[in-house]
Design a protein around this ligand. Structure first.
Ligand code: FE2
Ligand code: FE2
Length: 177
């Protein structure tokens, strides 16, 4: 049976830890805007619910980081600032932009988790199961965002590209450092 080597496992956990943390920060940025200058209780509740799931995801990777003594990415402070800013900024732009942000990010994460599932061998059953479950959650978040009005038509397509390209770059960097 296929086995995943140690270096790959470290990269997988490091980047997923960073990504789940970033997801929470994006939602925190959005919630901040939705509680202040862009009050929207309905959207807030949706986001709170998704954030709760991201917390479960993050907790899992935090435990794995400690258990396996993996170094988290050095760039966590930078990702924190960028994620909160992205969340806050998109929520200020409006509901469509806020939901597009979720849809764009989740699409990248879905693909990212799918790639990891292909890489993971049977020596990492638990990790594989968890990523499978988290991937389903992210797909669900993406669908929630589409149902709540996410659109990538017109100018929104530019935002979509920026967010997706940014997320992919962040993923590549966070695997390595
Ligand atoms: Fe997540
Ligand atoms: Fe998510």
């Amino acid at each position: 049976m296929k086995k995943t080597d140690q270096k790959n496992i470290e990269e997988i956990i490091r980047v997923d830890h960073a990504g789940e943390r970033a997801a929470i920060k994006i939602y925190e940025g959005q919630l901040l805007a939705l509680k202040t200058i862009k009050q929207d209780k309905v959207l807030r509740d949706k986001i709170e619910e998704m954030k709760q799931q991201e917390k479960e995801h993050l907790e899992y990777f935090e435990k794995e980081i400690q258990k396996r003594k993996i170094k988290p990415t050095y760039l966590l402070p930078l990702w924190d600032i960028m994620s909160v800013t992205l969340g806050f900024g998109t929520a200020v732009l409006g509901k469509k932009a806020a939901m597009l942000c979720t849809a764009s990010v989740e699409e990248v994460i879905e693909e990212h988790y799918e790639n990891q599932l292909k890489k993971l061998g049977n020596n990492e059953k638990d990790l594989k199961e968890k990523i499978k479950k988290f991937k389903e959650d992210e797909t669900n978040h993406k669908n929630i965002a589409h149902n709540a009005g996410a659109t990538n038509k017109g100018l929104y397509s530019i935002l979509d590209k920026i967010i997706q390209t940014g997320s992919r770059i962040a993923i590549t960097i966070s695997e390595k450092i």
